[in-house]
Design a binder for this molecule. Structure first.
Ligand SMILES: Nc1ncnc2c1ncn2[C@@H]1O[C@H](COP(=O)(O)OP(=O)(O)OP(=O)(O)O)[C@@H](O)[C@H]1O
Ligand SMILES: [Mg+2]
Length: 354
């Protein structure tokens, strides 16, 4: 026991790189062995070997004493002694030595290990940030490039009818092009918006407008989809004036309404009214509904429930929530089978005057 105390004191004042050799020199005085090794847990690549070339712990065969180096229940390394005739007493001493050596190495090495970890983490984080930046730039560039021709396709679907009368089949096909184009445009816009939100470059363009106008314009855009599904659309609209971002206000509505169209069986009800200093909009559909345990999940990025994965990104509600938040508003959902209502409250005067 006297020797163990001595070892501890000795190590504590020796914090040099030769610590490995010194550990083994001292161990030699207590336990007879031929080769010695200290391996650290990856990614730390440090290792010491004594009297032989260092290998991996698995390569060391034959009669060995093996002990884990542990710091606060976390294994950070392993010490191995190779020899011939270890006795029970040697094993006991080795166990004791291992715990002391853990403690000592922790003092002299752990700082190196932490440094190594934080250096490599900083490097990885730097690379991730760069990759994120490239991804955002790429997405916003590609989305822009896609939007222009898409808008032109949609524009021409409007013009075809003006160029001459279309027969029934022709109108039907044009309507199909319009629906597919709208869907594609929605997806492109979502990707562009999400990349802007993530890059923190989404800004509000505030102006005063009539909420009624904004709602009817959105309904008009989505008309082909509503007609296509033969949905009975009901509205209870009480106009109010609001100061907000017109395009984003419409987008909130567009996202909620396009979801409602996707899931409604027969009917959608849209309500708009002013309540205190808020414009309150609700979109109600008679579809399959959302169970309460999924109320939060549906607002997360790329989350889609059940079989709704076709030709959509799962970003709609995430973006909607962000846009509402940017206006200091609130969004909530309530659903029972055959009745789902999304409610949005937006302050009519943003930013609220003090
Ligand atoms: N009115 C609704 N009725 C039932 N489920 C809904 C309704 N609105 C949203 N959901 C569920 O929430 C999920 C997420 O909606 P979100 O609008 O974010 O994505 P999406 O509509 O699937 O795709 P995207 O809007 O990006 O095209 C949907 O996939 C669907 O499972
Ligand atoms: Mg959606």
């Amino acid at each position: 026991m006297k020797e163990l105390k001595y070892i501890k004191e000795f190590f504590l004042i020796n914090n040099s790189e030769q610590a490995g050799d010194e550990i083994f020199d001292l161990l030699k005085k207590i336990i007879p062995f031929e080769e010695g090794y200290i391996f650290y847990v990856p990614p730390v690549k440090l290792k010491y070997s004594y009297n032989a070339k260092a290998k991996t712990p698995q390569d060391i065969e034959g009669n060995c004493l093996r002990g884990d180096l542990i710091y606060r229940t976390v294994k950070f390394g392993e010490i191995i002694l190779k020899g011939e005739n270890f006795t029970e007493k040697d094993e006991e001493l080795f166990d004791l030595c291992t715990s002391i050596i853990s403690d000592v190495i922790k003092n002299i090495e752990i700082l190196d290990i932490i440094n190594l970890h934080s250096k490599s983490l900083a490097k990885i984080n730097g690379k991730l940030r760069k990759a994120e930046e490239i991804k955002t730039n790429f997405l916003s560039h590609v989305s822009h490039e896609l939007r222009t021709p898409l808008n032109s396709i949609l524009g021409f679907t409007e013009l075809v009818g003006l160029a001459g009368e279309l027969n029934g089949k022709q109108s039907e096909y044009i309507n199909d092009i319009k629906i597919a184009g709208l869907r594609l445009l929605e997806m492109v816009n979502e990707i562009l918006d999400m990349s802007k939100i993530e890059a923190g470059s989404m800004t509000l363009n505030l102006r005063e407008f009539e909420t009624e106008t904004a709602v009817y314009e959105v309904l008009n855009t989505l008309k082909p989809l509503i007609l296509n599904k033969n949905i009975n659309l009901k509205t209870e609209i009480k106009n109010c004036t609001i100061k907000a971002d017109y395009q984003k206000f419409q987008q909130i509505l567009f996202n909620l309404l396009s979801n409602a169209i996707k899931y409604a069986k027969k009917e959608i009800l849209i309500k708009l009214k002013q309540e205190d200093n808020f414009a309150v909009i609700s979109v109600n559909d008679d579809g399959k509904g959302i169970s309460e345990e999924n109320y939060e999940k549906i607002f997360e990025k790329f989350e889609q429930l059940g079989e709704s994965k076709n030709s959509s990104t799962g970003l709609g509600l995430t973006i909607t929530k962000e846009l509402v938040k940017m206006h200091n508003g609130e969004i909530s959902v309530k659903s029972v089978p055959e009745e789902t209502t999304f409610t949005v409250k937006i302050p009519i005067n943003f930013p609220p005057s003090l």
